[in-house]
Design a protein around this ligand. Sequence first.
Ligand code: NAD
Length: 472
Amino acid sequence: EETVETMTKTKTKAFDLESAECLIEEFRGVFESGRTRSYEWRAAQLKSMLRMVKEKEADIVEALRVDLDKPELESFITEISMIRNACNLALKELKNWMKPEKAKTSVTTFPSSAEIVSEPLGVVLIISAWNYPFLLSIDPVIGAIAAGNAVVLKPSEIAPATASLLARVVEEYLDNSAIRVVEGAVPETSALLEQKWDKILYTGNGRVGRIVMAAAAKHLTPVVLELGGKSPVVVDSNVNLKVATRRIISGKWGCNNGQACVAVDYIITTKTFAPKLIDALKSTLEEFFGNDPLESKEISRIVNSNHFARLTKLLDDEKVSGKIVLGGQRDNSRLKIAPTLLLDVPEDSLIMNEEIFGPLLPIVTVDNIKDSFSVIKSRTKPLAAYLFTKDKNLEKEFVSSISAGGMLINDTVLHLACPTLPFGGVGESGFGSYHGKFSFDAFSHKKAVLYRSFGGDASARYPPFTPKKQRL
Ligand code: NAD
Protein backbone atom coordinates (compact mmCIF):
# COMPACT_ATOMS: atom_id res chain seq x y z
CA GLU A 1 0.00 0.00 0.00
CA GLU A 2 1.32 3.43 -0.92
CA THR A 3 1.68 5.78 2.04
CA VAL A 4 2.98 9.30 2.23
CA GLU A 5 6.28 7.81 3.31
CA THR A 6 6.78 5.50 0.34
CA MET A 7 5.57 8.17 -2.09
CA THR A 8 8.29 10.51 -0.94
CA LYS A 9 11.04 7.95 -0.46
CA THR A 10 14.48 9.43 -1.06
CA LYS A 11 15.94 8.90 -4.50
CA THR A 12 19.63 9.53 -4.34
CA LYS A 13 22.04 9.32 -7.23
CA ALA A 14 25.58 8.16 -6.71
CA PHE A 15 27.60 11.27 -5.97
CA ASP A 16 30.88 10.48 -4.26
CA LEU A 17 34.09 12.15 -3.23
CA GLU A 18 35.47 11.92 -6.75
CA SER A 19 32.37 13.56 -8.23
CA ALA A 20 32.64 16.34 -5.65
CA GLU A 21 36.33 16.89 -6.51
CA CYS A 22 35.55 17.03 -10.24
CA LEU A 23 32.67 19.40 -9.70
CA ILE A 24 34.63 21.89 -7.63
CA GLU A 25 37.59 21.77 -9.98
CA GLU A 26 35.36 22.44 -12.95
CA PHE A 27 33.58 25.29 -11.15
CA ARG A 28 36.82 26.83 -10.01
CA GLY A 29 38.00 26.91 -13.61
CA VAL A 30 34.78 28.60 -14.69
CA PHE A 31 35.01 31.13 -11.88
CA GLU A 32 38.66 31.90 -12.68
CA SER A 33 37.69 32.46 -16.31
CA GLY A 34 35.67 35.44 -15.10
CA ARG A 35 32.39 34.14 -16.55
CA THR A 36 30.30 34.80 -13.45
CA ARG A 37 31.66 38.27 -12.70
CA SER A 38 29.96 40.48 -15.23
CA TYR A 39 26.80 42.39 -14.45
CA GLU A 40 25.27 40.89 -17.60
CA TRP A 41 25.81 37.29 -16.51
CA ARG A 42 24.40 37.92 -13.03
CA ALA A 43 21.36 39.79 -14.35
CA ALA A 44 20.68 37.17 -17.03
CA GLN A 45 20.67 34.40 -14.40
CA LEU A 46 18.35 36.33 -12.12
CA LYS A 47 15.96 37.07 -14.99
CA SER A 48 15.98 33.42 -15.94
CA MET A 49 15.25 32.54 -12.33
CA LEU A 50 12.21 34.82 -12.38
CA ARG A 51 10.99 33.18 -15.57
CA MET A 52 11.52 29.77 -14.00
CA VAL A 53 9.43 30.68 -10.95
CA LYS A 54 6.65 32.00 -13.17
CA GLU A 55 6.58 29.10 -15.61
CA LYS A 56 7.01 26.35 -13.00
CA GLU A 57 4.71 27.73 -10.33
CA ALA A 58 2.27 24.82 -10.58
CA ASP A 59 5.11 22.29 -10.33
CA ILE A 60 6.52 24.03 -7.26
CA VAL A 61 3.13 24.02 -5.55
CA GLU A 62 2.72 20.34 -6.40
CA ALA A 63 6.17 19.39 -5.08
CA LEU A 64 5.43 21.18 -1.81
CA ARG A 65 2.11 19.36 -1.60
CA VAL A 66 3.82 15.99 -2.07
CA ASP A 67 6.60 16.77 0.41
CA LEU A 68 4.55 18.51 3.11
CA ASP A 69 0.90 18.68 2.07
CA LYS A 70 1.48 22.43 2.16
CA PRO A 71 -1.69 24.38 1.32
CA GLU A 72 -1.44 26.07 -2.10
CA LEU A 73 -1.94 29.62 -0.89
CA GLU A 74 0.62 29.13 1.87
CA SER A 75 3.14 27.81 -0.68
CA PHE A 76 2.47 30.80 -2.82
CA ILE A 77 2.80 33.39 -0.06
CA THR A 78 5.65 31.91 1.95
CA GLU A 79 7.83 30.41 -0.76
CA ILE A 80 7.02 31.48 -4.32
CA SER A 81 6.28 35.16 -3.82
CA MET A 82 9.19 35.52 -1.38
CA ILE A 83 11.51 34.29 -4.13
CA ARG A 84 9.93 36.57 -6.70
CA ASN A 85 10.41 39.56 -4.42
CA ALA A 86 14.01 38.64 -3.62
CA CYS A 87 14.80 38.19 -7.31
CA ASN A 88 13.10 41.42 -8.36
CA LEU A 89 14.88 43.37 -5.65
CA ALA A 90 18.27 41.93 -6.62
CA LEU A 91 17.66 42.80 -10.28
CA LYS A 92 16.56 46.31 -9.43
CA GLU A 93 19.47 47.02 -7.06
CA LEU A 94 22.27 44.93 -8.54
CA LYS A 95 24.09 47.80 -10.25
CA ASN A 96 24.07 49.82 -7.01
CA TRP A 97 25.18 46.87 -4.94
CA MET A 98 28.07 46.19 -7.31
CA LYS A 99 29.33 49.79 -7.27
CA PRO A 100 32.42 50.41 -5.14
CA GLU A 101 31.52 52.30 -1.99
CA LYS A 102 33.50 55.50 -1.38
CA ALA A 103 35.18 55.65 2.04
CA LYS A 104 36.63 58.58 4.01
CA THR A 105 40.38 58.75 4.42
CA SER A 106 42.47 59.79 7.40
CA VAL A 107 45.18 62.34 8.01
CA THR A 108 47.75 59.53 8.15
CA THR A 109 47.14 58.63 4.51
CA PHE A 110 46.76 62.19 3.19
CA PRO A 111 46.54 62.74 0.27
CA SER A 112 44.54 59.66 -0.81
CA SER A 113 41.14 58.34 -1.73
CA ALA A 114 39.54 55.08 -0.62
CA GLU A 115 36.80 52.70 -1.58
CA ILE A 116 35.31 49.36 -0.62
CA VAL A 117 35.07 47.01 -3.57
CA SER A 118 32.65 44.06 -3.38
CA GLU A 119 34.27 41.11 -5.08
CA PRO A 120 32.80 37.63 -5.52
CA LEU A 121 34.23 35.01 -3.18
CA GLY A 122 34.52 32.23 -5.73
CA VAL A 123 32.80 28.86 -5.55
CA VAL A 124 30.19 28.62 -2.82
CA LEU A 125 28.08 25.84 -1.32
CA ILE A 126 24.51 26.16 -0.07
CA ILE A 127 23.01 23.36 2.02
CA SER A 128 19.32 23.79 2.72
CA ALA A 129 16.61 22.30 4.92
CA TRP A 130 13.30 20.55 4.18
CA ASN A 131 10.74 22.82 5.81
CA TYR A 132 10.69 25.61 3.21
CA PRO A 133 12.54 23.53 0.68
CA PHE A 134 12.07 25.85 -2.29
CA LEU A 135 12.57 29.18 -0.49
CA LEU A 136 15.53 28.12 1.64
CA SER A 137 17.31 26.72 -1.44
CA ILE A 138 16.72 29.45 -4.00
CA ASP A 139 16.85 32.51 -1.72
CA PRO A 140 20.56 32.15 -0.85
CA VAL A 141 21.32 31.12 -4.46
CA ILE A 142 19.98 34.53 -5.52
CA GLY A 143 22.53 36.21 -3.22
CA ALA A 144 25.36 33.99 -4.45
CA ILE A 145 24.60 34.74 -8.11
CA ALA A 146 24.03 38.45 -7.51
CA ALA A 147 27.47 38.60 -5.90
CA GLY A 148 29.03 36.89 -8.94
CA ASN A 149 29.90 33.45 -7.56
CA ALA A 150 29.71 29.95 -8.95
CA VAL A 151 27.29 28.05 -6.72
CA VAL A 152 26.41 24.49 -5.79
CA LEU A 153 23.11 23.85 -4.03
CA LYS A 154 22.47 20.75 -1.92
CA PRO A 155 18.74 20.67 -1.07
CA SER A 156 17.32 18.51 1.69
CA GLU A 157 16.66 14.84 0.99
CA ILE A 158 13.77 15.04 3.46
CA ALA A 159 11.78 17.02 0.88
CA PRO A 160 12.66 14.83 -2.12
CA ALA A 161 9.98 16.03 -4.54
CA THR A 162 11.19 19.62 -4.21
CA ALA A 163 14.84 18.53 -4.32
CA SER A 164 14.38 16.76 -7.63
CA LEU A 165 12.28 19.60 -9.03
CA LEU A 166 15.08 22.01 -8.07
CA ALA A 167 17.62 19.83 -9.87
CA ARG A 168 15.46 19.79 -13.01
CA VAL A 169 14.60 23.48 -13.13
CA VAL A 170 18.10 24.71 -12.31
CA GLU A 171 19.38 22.54 -15.15
CA GLU A 172 16.72 23.86 -17.50
CA TYR A 173 16.86 27.57 -16.72
CA LEU A 174 20.27 28.48 -15.33
CA ASP A 175 23.88 28.39 -16.53
CA ASN A 176 24.99 24.90 -15.51
CA SER A 177 28.63 25.69 -16.06
CA ALA A 178 28.46 27.70 -12.80
CA ILE A 179 25.18 26.84 -11.04
CA ARG A 180 24.27 23.28 -10.17
CA VAL A 181 22.16 21.21 -7.80
CA VAL A 182 23.55 18.09 -6.13
CA GLU A 183 20.83 15.88 -4.70
CA GLY A 184 21.56 13.58 -1.81
CA ALA A 185 21.74 12.93 1.90
CA VAL A 186 24.59 12.54 4.41
CA PRO A 187 27.14 10.72 2.15
CA GLU A 188 26.73 13.23 -0.69
CA THR A 189 26.81 16.22 1.66
CA SER A 190 29.89 14.81 3.39
CA ALA A 191 31.64 14.45 0.03
CA LEU A 192 30.82 18.07 -0.76
CA LEU A 193 31.99 19.20 2.68
CA GLU A 194 35.43 17.61 2.13
CA GLN A 195 36.10 20.17 -0.60
CA LYS A 196 37.53 23.64 -0.26
CA TRP A 197 34.71 26.13 -0.75
CA ASP A 198 34.96 29.89 -0.59
CA LYS A 199 31.83 30.12 1.57
CA ILE A 200 29.22 27.74 2.91
CA LEU A 201 25.71 28.79 3.87
CA TYR A 202 23.98 26.07 5.87
CA THR A 203 20.35 26.04 6.98
CA GLY A 204 19.26 23.40 9.47
CA ASN A 205 19.87 22.22 13.01
CA GLY A 206 22.78 23.03 15.30
CA ARG A 207 24.11 19.47 15.48
CA VAL A 208 24.77 19.39 11.75
CA GLY A 209 25.76 23.06 11.88
CA ARG A 210 28.71 21.98 14.02
CA ILE A 211 29.66 19.28 11.47
CA VAL A 212 29.54 21.87 8.68
CA MET A 213 31.64 24.34 10.63
CA ALA A 214 34.24 21.73 11.55
CA ALA A 215 34.56 20.69 7.90
CA ALA A 216 34.82 24.32 6.82
CA ALA A 217 37.48 25.04 9.44
CA LYS A 218 39.88 22.60 7.74
CA HIS A 219 39.96 24.93 4.74
CA LEU A 220 39.47 28.22 6.62
CA THR A 221 36.16 28.55 4.78
CA PRO A 222 33.79 31.13 6.25
CA VAL A 223 30.27 29.93 7.04
CA VAL A 224 26.82 31.33 7.57
CA LEU A 225 24.82 29.08 9.88
CA GLU A 226 21.06 29.60 9.73
CA LEU A 227 19.88 27.52 12.69
CA GLY A 228 16.82 27.46 14.92
CA GLY A 229 15.85 27.42 18.58
CA LYS A 230 12.86 27.97 20.84
CA SER A 231 11.31 31.27 19.71
CA PRO A 232 9.11 32.71 22.48
CA VAL A 233 6.10 34.98 22.25
CA VAL A 234 5.32 37.16 25.26
CA VAL A 235 1.66 38.19 25.52
CA ASP A 236 0.81 41.11 27.77
CA SER A 237 -2.72 41.44 29.20
CA ASN A 238 -3.39 44.81 27.53
CA VAL A 239 -3.36 43.52 23.94
CA ASN A 240 -6.02 43.53 21.27
CA LEU A 241 -6.82 39.90 21.94
CA LYS A 242 -8.46 39.14 18.62
CA VAL A 243 -5.58 40.46 16.53
CA ALA A 244 -2.89 38.99 18.79
CA THR A 245 -4.55 35.57 18.72
CA ARG A 246 -4.84 35.48 14.94
CA ARG A 247 -1.22 36.51 14.54
CA ILE A 248 0.02 33.90 17.01
CA ILE A 249 -1.97 31.19 15.23
CA SER A 250 -0.68 32.34 11.89
CA GLY A 251 2.90 32.25 13.25
CA LYS A 252 2.45 28.68 14.43
CA TRP A 253 0.01 26.50 12.50
CA GLY A 254 -0.09 28.85 9.51
CA CYS A 255 3.67 28.40 9.16
CA ASN A 256 4.00 24.91 7.81
CA ASN A 257 2.19 23.60 10.89
CA GLY A 258 4.84 24.92 13.24
CA GLN A 259 7.67 23.41 11.18
CA ALA A 260 9.32 26.78 10.63
CA CYS A 261 12.53 28.14 12.09
CA VAL A 262 10.78 31.34 13.23
CA ALA A 263 7.50 29.66 14.26
CA VAL A 264 6.20 30.48 17.72
CA ASP A 265 7.69 27.80 20.00
CA TYR A 266 6.07 28.73 23.30
CA ILE A 267 3.94 31.47 24.83
CA ILE A 268 4.68 33.33 28.06
CA THR A 269 1.83 35.21 29.68
CA THR A 270 0.56 36.05 33.15
CA LYS A 271 -1.34 33.54 35.30
CA THR A 272 -4.37 35.82 35.36
CA PHE A 273 -4.45 36.42 31.61
CA ALA A 274 -3.77 32.82 30.51
CA PRO A 275 -7.43 31.62 30.69
CA LYS A 276 -8.61 34.49 28.46
CA LEU A 277 -5.82 33.89 25.98
CA ILE A 278 -6.53 30.15 25.87
CA ASP A 279 -10.25 30.77 25.21
CA ALA A 280 -9.41 33.18 22.41
CA LEU A 281 -6.91 30.74 20.89
CA LYS A 282 -9.46 27.92 21.05
CA SER A 283 -12.20 29.85 19.31
CA THR A 284 -9.95 31.32 16.60
CA LEU A 285 -8.41 27.90 15.95
CA GLU A 286 -11.89 26.53 15.41
CA GLU A 287 -12.75 29.45 13.14
CA PHE A 288 -9.62 28.83 11.03
CA PHE A 289 -9.40 25.04 10.97
CA GLY A 290 -12.90 23.76 11.91
CA ASN A 291 -13.81 21.49 14.79
CA ASP A 292 -11.94 18.52 13.34
CA PRO A 293 -8.55 20.06 12.49
CA LEU A 294 -7.08 16.70 11.47
CA GLU A 295 -9.33 17.01 8.41
CA SER A 296 -8.40 20.64 7.68
CA LYS A 297 -6.93 21.37 4.25
CA GLU A 298 -5.38 24.53 5.65
CA ILE A 299 -2.57 22.84 7.60
CA SER A 300 0.56 21.06 6.36
CA ARG A 301 1.25 17.54 7.57
CA ILE A 302 4.23 16.47 9.67
CA VAL A 303 7.06 15.91 7.19
CA ASN A 304 7.79 12.23 7.90
CA SER A 305 7.34 9.41 10.41
CA ASN A 306 10.59 10.24 12.25
CA HIS A 307 9.45 13.75 12.99
CA PHE A 308 5.94 12.44 13.79
CA ALA A 309 7.46 10.05 16.35
CA ARG A 310 9.64 12.82 17.78
CA LEU A 311 6.58 15.05 18.29
CA THR A 312 4.36 12.35 19.78
CA LYS A 313 7.17 11.52 22.19
CA LEU A 314 7.07 15.13 23.41
CA LEU A 315 3.32 14.76 23.95
CA ASP A 316 3.52 11.34 25.58
CA ASP A 317 6.21 12.44 28.06
CA GLU A 318 4.76 11.58 31.48
CA LYS A 319 5.75 15.05 32.69
CA VAL A 320 3.20 16.65 30.40
CA SER A 321 0.29 14.31 31.10
CA GLY A 322 -2.76 16.25 32.19
CA LYS A 323 -1.34 19.48 30.80
CA ILE A 324 -3.08 19.40 27.41
CA VAL A 325 -5.80 22.03 27.28
CA LEU A 326 -6.67 21.62 23.61
CA GLY A 327 -5.95 19.10 20.85
CA GLY A 328 -3.59 16.17 21.26
CA GLN A 329 -5.35 14.12 18.55
CA ARG A 330 -3.15 12.46 15.96
CA ASP A 331 -3.45 10.35 12.84
CA ASN A 332 -0.43 8.18 12.36
CA SER A 333 -1.26 7.05 8.82
CA ARG A 334 -1.55 10.58 7.45
CA LEU A 335 1.13 12.11 9.69
CA LYS A 336 -1.30 14.65 11.14
CA ILE A 337 -1.34 16.12 14.64
CA ALA A 338 -4.04 18.56 15.71
CA PRO A 339 -3.11 22.04 16.97
CA THR A 340 -2.33 21.36 20.62
CA LEU A 341 -2.11 23.74 23.58
CA LEU A 342 -0.39 22.78 26.81
CA LEU A 343 -0.53 24.79 30.02
CA ASP A 344 2.31 25.09 32.52
CA VAL A 345 4.31 22.02 31.61
CA PRO A 346 7.30 21.46 33.92
CA GLU A 347 10.55 23.19 32.99
CA ASP A 348 12.36 19.87 32.83
CA SER A 349 9.89 18.24 30.43
CA LEU A 350 11.21 17.22 26.99
CA ILE A 351 9.00 19.76 25.24
CA MET A 352 10.58 22.69 27.11
CA ASN A 353 14.07 21.48 26.33
CA GLU A 354 14.18 21.17 22.56
CA GLU A 355 12.89 23.14 19.60
CA ILE A 356 9.35 21.84 19.02
CA PHE A 357 9.16 22.34 15.25
CA GLY A 358 5.56 21.18 15.03
CA PRO A 359 1.95 21.93 16.05
CA LEU A 360 2.39 21.75 19.85
CA LEU A 361 2.27 25.02 21.77
CA PRO A 362 3.12 25.18 25.48
CA ILE A 363 1.98 28.18 27.50
CA VAL A 364 4.22 29.22 30.37
CA THR A 365 2.67 31.47 33.02
CA VAL A 366 4.39 34.06 35.21
CA ASP A 367 3.12 36.35 37.98
CA ASN A 368 4.24 39.54 36.33
CA ILE A 369 4.75 40.02 32.59
CA LYS A 370 8.28 41.32 33.22
CA ASP A 371 9.16 37.90 34.66
CA SER A 372 8.97 36.61 31.07
CA PHE A 373 12.34 38.23 30.43
CA SER A 374 14.16 35.96 32.85
CA VAL A 375 12.38 32.90 31.39
CA ILE A 376 13.75 33.81 27.94
CA LYS A 377 17.20 34.73 29.26
CA SER A 378 17.54 31.42 31.09
CA ARG A 379 17.58 29.65 27.72
CA THR A 380 19.83 29.79 24.66
CA LYS A 381 19.37 32.77 22.35
CA PRO A 382 16.41 32.19 20.03
CA LEU A 383 16.19 32.92 16.30
CA ALA A 384 13.15 35.13 16.89
CA ALA A 385 11.46 36.72 19.89
CA TYR A 386 7.96 38.17 19.77
CA LEU A 387 6.12 40.51 22.08
CA PHE A 388 2.47 41.57 22.06
CA THR A 389 1.82 44.64 24.17
CA LYS A 390 0.51 48.20 24.14
CA ASP A 391 3.01 49.19 26.81
CA LYS A 392 5.78 51.22 25.16
CA ASN A 393 8.09 50.86 28.16
CA LEU A 394 7.81 47.09 28.12
CA GLU A 395 8.49 47.16 24.38
CA LYS A 396 11.60 49.26 24.89
CA GLU A 397 12.95 47.03 27.62
CA PHE A 398 12.24 43.91 25.56
CA VAL A 399 14.20 45.26 22.60
CA SER A 400 17.11 46.45 24.72
CA SER A 401 17.47 43.51 27.08
CA ILE A 402 16.51 40.35 25.15
CA SER A 403 19.00 38.86 22.70
CA ALA A 404 17.57 37.08 19.65
CA GLY A 405 18.34 36.71 15.94
CA GLY A 406 15.44 39.03 15.17
CA MET A 407 12.42 40.54 16.90
CA LEU A 408 8.91 41.50 16.05
CA ILE A 409 6.57 43.55 18.20
CA ASN A 410 2.83 42.87 17.93
CA ASP A 411 3.10 40.25 15.20
CA THR A 412 4.92 37.04 14.31
CA VAL A 413 7.22 35.87 11.50
CA LEU A 414 6.70 38.88 9.19
CA HIS A 415 10.08 40.43 10.01
CA LEU A 416 11.69 38.00 7.61
CA ALA A 417 9.65 39.47 4.75
CA CYS A 418 11.30 42.86 5.23
CA PRO A 419 14.36 42.81 2.93
CA THR A 420 15.95 45.85 4.57
CA LEU A 421 16.42 43.72 7.71
CA PRO A 422 19.15 41.09 8.00
CA PHE A 423 17.85 37.58 8.64
CA GLY A 424 20.01 35.38 10.84
CA GLY A 425 20.62 34.05 14.31
CA VAL A 426 22.83 34.77 17.30
CA GLY A 427 24.47 32.27 19.65
CA GLU A 428 22.84 28.85 19.30
CA SER A 429 20.49 30.16 16.58
CA GLY A 430 23.43 30.68 14.26
CA PHE A 431 25.49 33.51 12.84
CA GLY A 432 25.81 35.55 9.69
CA SER A 433 22.75 36.75 7.85
CA TYR A 434 21.13 37.20 4.46
CA HIS A 435 18.06 38.64 2.64
CA GLY A 436 18.06 41.73 0.41
CA LYS A 437 21.45 43.44 0.24
CA PHE A 438 22.63 41.28 3.15
CA SER A 439 22.50 38.29 0.77
CA PHE A 440 24.77 40.08 -1.68
CA ASP A 441 27.12 41.00 1.17
CA ALA A 442 27.10 37.45 2.57
CA PHE A 443 28.61 36.18 -0.68
CA SER A 444 30.98 39.10 -1.35
CA HIS A 445 34.38 39.99 0.00
CA LYS A 446 34.58 43.65 1.01
CA LYS A 447 37.95 44.55 -0.40
CA ALA A 448 39.60 47.65 1.06
CA VAL A 449 41.32 49.75 -1.61
CA LEU A 450 43.38 52.88 -0.91
CA TYR A 451 44.57 55.05 -3.81
CA ARG A 452 47.58 57.38 -3.56
CA SER A 453 49.61 59.35 -6.06
CA PHE A 454 53.33 60.13 -6.01
CA GLY A 455 52.80 63.63 -4.62
CA GLY A 456 52.92 64.78 -0.99
CA ASP A 457 55.73 62.42 -0.03
CA ALA A 458 56.86 63.26 3.51
CA SER A 459 60.39 62.16 4.39
CA ALA A 460 59.48 61.88 8.10
CA ARG A 461 58.13 58.34 7.60
CA TYR A 462 61.40 56.97 6.20
CA PRO A 463 64.62 55.96 7.99
CA PRO A 464 66.94 57.05 9.33
CA PHE A 465 64.74 58.03 12.27
CA THR A 466 66.88 60.90 13.49
CA PRO A 467 66.13 62.58 16.85
CA LYS A 468 64.74 65.51 14.91
CA LYS A 469 62.21 63.29 13.13
CA GLN A 470 61.21 61.59 16.39
CA ARG A 471 60.26 64.95 17.88
CA LEU A 472 57.78 65.50 15.01
P1 NAD B 1 17.44 18.71 7.37
O1 NAD B 1 17.24 17.41 8.05
O2 NAD B 1 16.86 18.95 6.02
O3 NAD B 1 18.98 19.01 7.34
C1 NAD B 1 19.51 20.15 6.74
C2 NAD B 1 20.58 19.77 5.76
O4 NAD B 1 21.65 19.15 6.45
C3 NAD B 1 20.11 18.80 4.70
O5 NAD B 1 20.47 19.29 3.43
C4 NAD B 1 20.82 17.52 5.06
O6 NAD B 1 21.13 16.73 3.94
C5 NAD B 1 22.08 18.01 5.73
N1 NAD B 1 22.63 17.04 6.67
C6 NAD B 1 21.95 16.27 7.56
N2 NAD B 1 22.81 15.50 8.29
C7 NAD B 1 24.04 15.81 7.85
C8 NAD B 1 25.35 15.36 8.21
N3 NAD B 1 25.55 14.45 9.16
N4 NAD B 1 26.40 15.90 7.55
C9 NAD B 1 26.22 16.82 6.58
N5 NAD B 1 25.01 17.27 6.20
C10 NAD B 1 23.94 16.77 6.81
O7 NAD B 1 16.86 19.89 8.24
P2 NAD B 1 16.74 20.01 9.83
O8 NAD B 1 18.07 20.12 10.43
O9 NAD B 1 15.76 19.05 10.36
O10 NAD B 1 16.04 21.45 9.82
C11 NAD B 1 15.35 21.91 10.91
C12 NAD B 1 16.20 22.86 11.70
O11 NAD B 1 16.63 23.91 10.87
C13 NAD B 1 15.45 23.52 12.83
O12 NAD B 1 16.30 23.66 13.91
C14 NAD B 1 15.12 24.88 12.23
O13 NAD B 1 14.87 25.86 13.21
C15 NAD B 1 16.30 25.16 11.42
N6 NAD B 1 15.98 26.08 10.34
C16 NAD B 1 16.56 27.30 10.34
C17 NAD B 1 16.24 28.19 9.34
C18 NAD B 1 16.87 29.55 9.29
O14 NAD B 1 16.74 30.19 8.27
N7 NAD B 1 17.53 30.01 10.33
C19 NAD B 1 15.34 27.84 8.35
C20 NAD B 1 14.77 26.58 8.39
C21 NAD B 1 15.10 25.69 9.39
